[in-house]
Design a protein around this ligand. Sequence first.
Ligand SMILES: *[C@@H]1O[C@H](CO)[C@@H](O)[C@H](O)[C@H]1NC(C)=O
Ligand SMILES: *[C@@H]1O[C@H](CO)[C@@H](O)[C@H](O)[C@H]1NC(C)=O
Ligand SMILES: *[C@@H]1O[C@H](CO)[C@@H](O)[C@H](O)[C@H]1NC(C)=O
Ligand SMILES: *[C@@H]1O[C@H](CO)[C@@H](O)[C@H](O)[C@H]1NC(C)=O
Ligand SMILES: *[C@@H]1O[C@H](CO)[C@@H](O)[C@H](O)[C@H]1NC(C)=O
Ligand SMILES: *[C@@H]1O[C@H](CO)[C@@H](O)[C@H](O)[C@H]1NC(C)=O
Ligand SMILES: *[C@@H]1O[C@H](CO)[C@@H](O)[C@H](O)[C@H]1NC(C)=O
Length: 480
Amino acid sequence: MSVRMAPQRCITFFSCGIVLILFCISCYTFSYHEHVRNYKSGFSKACTWYMKTVKDFMFQDSDVFDSLALISTKTFDVVSHGAKGDGKKDDTTKTFDVDSYGAKGDGKKDDTKAFKKAWKEACSSKTAAVFHVAKNKKYLVAPIRFEGPCKASITMQISGTILASEQESKYKKDEKHWLRVDKVDDLVIEGGGVIDGNGDSWWKNSCKVDKSLPCKDAPTALTLYKCTSLTVNNLKIQNAQKMHISFDRCENVQVSDIQITAPEDSPNTDGIHVTHTQNITISDSVIGTGDDCISIVSGSQGVLATGITCGPGHGISIGSLGSKNSEAYVSDVTIDGANLTGTTNGVRIKTWQGGTGNASNIMFRNIILNNVSNPIIIDQNYCDQEKACKEQDNAVEIINVTYQNITGTSADKEAVIFDCSKSHPCRGIILKQINITQVGGDDAKAICKNVELTPIKTVIPQCPENVDQDQLAFGTYSSY
Ligand SMILES: *[C@@H]1O[C@H](CO)[C@@H](O)[C@H](O)[C@H]1NC(C)=O
Ligand SMILES: *[C@@H]1O[C@H](CO)[C@@H](O)[C@H](O)[C@H]1NC(C)=O
Ligand SMILES: *[C@@H]1O[C@H](CO)[C@@H](O)[C@H](O)[C@H]1NC(C)=O
Ligand SMILES: *[C@@H]1O[C@H](CO)[C@@H](O)[C@H](O)[C@H]1NC(C)=O
Ligand SMILES: *[C@@H]1O[C@H](CO)[C@@H](O)[C@H](O)[C@H]1NC(C)=O
Ligand SMILES: *[C@@H]1O[C@H](CO)[C@@H](O)[C@H](O)[C@H]1NC(C)=O
Ligand SMILES: *[C@@H]1O[C@H](CO)[C@@H](O)[C@H](O)[C@H]1NC(C)=O
C-alpha cells in the first residue's frame, strides 16, 4: 500500500469523510420510509464518489481499496434489495391485476386478452408497476408477448397458475414461444406461482417419441429475450412444451429458488437454457425433466450455477456447440455445488464435428453424483441426429476446464470420458479431488482420447497411461 499524503492533509480528508458518512447515515434514516429509491442512489453516489476520491488521493495502485469498495458495493446491494421490497408498498407503485382487466382464472376461459391489456398498462406506467396474477386461480393463456421497453421498473408477481392453451392453432404465428418477455429492463419475476406448459400433447407429437412423425418445433414455456437487470425468483415451472425457461441475449440476470419439473421421458424439456447471455447467476434451484437440467450454449459468458439439485434428466451441459459447422463461443462458466441423481450425464461439454470457436475457462466443482451415467464427459463427437455425422477436421476447441471435488457413484463402468477431437485436442484439462465408483461398489474407469490432462491429487478413476490414446475403442457410451 502506498500512502502518499502528508499527515495533515490525510487528517483533513478523513474528517471530511466522517462528516459525509454522518450525513449519509442521517439521510438514510430520514428517507428510508419515504424516498427509498432516491435515498439509494443519492447515498450510494455520494459514498461511491468519496471512496473513489479517497482512493485516488491516498491509495494509488492499491487493491486494498478495491476490495473495500467491493464490500461496500455488496452492502449497497443488500440495502437496495430491501429498498425494492419496501418500495412496493410505496404509493408510487401501481398494481395491475389481470383480474381487473377481465381475466377469469377458472382454467377454462382464455384469459390472454386480459393479460395483454394488463401488461400494456403496467408497462406504460410512469412509476414502478406490478403485473399481478392472483393466487389460488388458474389462468388459461395462449402465446403472448410481453413487450418492452417499459417506462419504469416492473415486477411480474405470479402467485397463481398460468396454464398454456393446448390449441395448436394458437401457436401458428410463433411456434417457438409461449410466454415471451421482450426487451424489458429492471424486471423482477416472482410470486411463488406456477407456470405450466401443459406439454403432454406436444410430447406425444414429437418425432423423438413417435418416430413416424415429422420433426417440428415446439414452444419454450418462458423466454426472456434481450432483458437486462433481470431477477427471476421463487417460481415453479412445469411440463413445458419444450424448454422450460430460456435466457436469450440477456445481461445481468439473477435466478434463484426455481423448481422445474417434467416427466423423465418428455422430449427436449431442458430446465434452464442460457444462450447469448452475459453474467447470469442461477442458485438454489431444483430441476428434474426429460432433458438437460441446465444447458449453456453459444454466446454465453459469465455463468455461475450454485446449489443445483438435478435429476431426472440429462445433467448439466455446455453445448451442444458448433452444429451445422457453426462458430460458437462460451467462456467463464462455473458450476459450483450440484447434486445429481439418476441423470444420463453428469457435467458435460458437447460439441459437433465441423464447428469452430471455443469453450474456455470452465469450472465444475463440489458436485455429488448418485447413480449418474457419464458423470464427467467431454464429447467432441456429439451427433444428435438420425444419420451418422461425418468425420471433420474443424472443432469447437475446448480449453481450460477444471473438475474439482466431484464424488459419488456412476451408473456405468466409464465414469470419466474425454472423447476429444484428433485435430483439436482438449487443452488445459485439470482434475482434482475426484472419486467416482460404480453404483454397486466396483471400480469405475476413465476413457481418455486426445486430451491434454493435468491430474492433481486424488483422482479416481485415472486415465490409463502409456496407451496409444487414439486406439481406444469408442462408442461404448450412450449419447443423449
Ligand atoms: C459482466 O461481468 C463482468 C465482470 O464483472 C464485467 O466486466 C462485464 O462488463 C459484465 N458484462 C455486462 C454485459 O454487464
Ligand atoms: C441429493 O439429492 C437427492 C435426491 O433429491 C437426495 O436424496 C440426497 O439427500 C441429496 N444429497 C445431498 C448430499 O444433499
Ligand atoms: C477463443 O477464440 C477467440 C476468438 O478467436 C479468441 O479471442 C480467444 O482468445 C479464444 N480463447 C482462448 C482461451 O483461446
Ligand atoms: C482458467 O479458467 C479459470 C476459471 O475457471 C480462470 O480463473 C483462469 O484464469 C483460467 N486460466 C487461464 C490461463 O485463462
Ligand atoms: C466437496 O463438495 C461437497 C458438495 O458440494 C461439499 O459438501 C464438500 O464440503 C466439498 N469438499 C471440499 C473439500 O471442498
Ligand atoms: C441406477 O440407475 C439405473 C438406471 O440408470 C437403475 O436401473 C438402477 O436401479 C439404479 N440403481 C440404484 C442403486 O439406484
Ligand atoms: C473413494 O470413495 C470410496 C467410496 O465412497 C471410498 O471407499 C474410498 O475410500 C474413497 N477414496 C478416497 C481416496 O477418498
